[in-house]
Design a protein around this ligand. Structure first.
Ligand code: FE2
Length: 283
């Protein structure tokens, strides 16, 4: 049986207190490489023309862009970094250097990602956290490209993936070393206890943000979560976190999964919705 390194009852307590927990050596170098290779395979097969017209900037394609995103919950779709297209829609950079992320149903639709999303140590970790029947609601492969990987501003994952009565759980797996230079995560420990600040809601193809609490987070308490390759960072759904842009020469690839219990409600107002024929799956 796979063990979860350094996991203990004290770790669980720390996670509840801080809203995050780092476990090193969660993935082997070989497993990290399997993720990286399969993402590279998907990018190789991907035809940029599939979405270049809606992401290039000649016309205002906001609606088409929103639809591409909003329909990605049960698909494998590719999202671009900003400013990677010429005005005629051709790429300024090789496609493998221009993709920001792949989402959001890799774990169900790609056989390799399906297996890697259900590695024994992931299951063991969730059991150690006392989860009963976890469902994977979303997967993302994030490239954080060298010299252009975009910033992700402070947010709570529960804003985008609202569940009840429990809170969404994120697993952020470092497939490469994550440092301040290449855009590691930052978090504000303990601020998950202040509750949900915003809710990103969807009605058909229109989205909006409801502000529930406009008081600011205590950014002075922010800390960087620099981690070596193979680490996992557990993220409480209410923990504010962000990552800065990557202007270094090194990529910072990561794979994330978000979980809810099967018995919980997944808000029908969440942007991510799946066809009833294609429900969330677990282990
Ligand atoms: Fe996040």
């Amino acid at each position: 049986m796979t063990t979860v390194p350094t996991f203990s009852p004290e770790s669980l307590e720390r996670f509840q207190q801080d809203g995050y927990l780092i476990l090193k050596d969660f993935l082997s170098v070989k497993e990290c490489q399997e993720f990286i290779n399969q993402a590279a395979n998907l990018v190789k097969e991907f035809d940029p023309k599939e979405s270049s017209t809606i992401f290039s900037t000649t016309v205002d394609n906001t609606e088409a862009r929103d639809a591409y995103f909003l329909h990605s919950g049960d698909k494998i779709r590719f999202f671009w970094e900003k400013d990677v297209f010429h005005s005629n829609g051709s790429l300024r950079v090789p496609k493998e250097k221009g993709i920001n992320k792949i989402g959001h149903a890799l774990h169900d639709l790609d056989p390799v990602f399906s297996r890697l999303s259900r590695l024994p140590q992931i299951k063991t970790l969730l059991q150690a956290l006392k989860w009963i029947d976890p469902l994977i609601v979303q997967s993302m492969y994030i490239f954080k490209q060298p010299e252009r990987g975009g910033e992700v501003v402070w947010h709570q994952d529960q804003t985008y993936l609202e569940t009840s009565p429990g809170t969404i759980l994120g697993l952020w797996m470092a497939l490469e070393d994550a440092t301040i230079e290449n855009g590691c995560l930052w978090a504000i420990p303990g601020e998950h206890q202040a509750g949900l600040k915003k809710r990103f809601v969807r009605q058909n193809l229109k989205t909006s943000t409801e502000v529930l609490d406009d008081s600011p987070w205590d950014e002075g308490k922010k800390i960087s979560l620099e981690v070596p390759q193979g680490s996992v960072i557990l993220l409480h759904g209410l923990l504010p976190h962000k990552s800065e842009e990557n202007l270094s020469a090194k990529s910072r690839q990561a794979y994330t999964l978000h979980f809810m219990e099967r018995t919980w409600q997944f808000s029908p107002q969440n942007w991510l919705q799946r066809d009833p024929q294609f429900p969330f799956t677990g282990f």
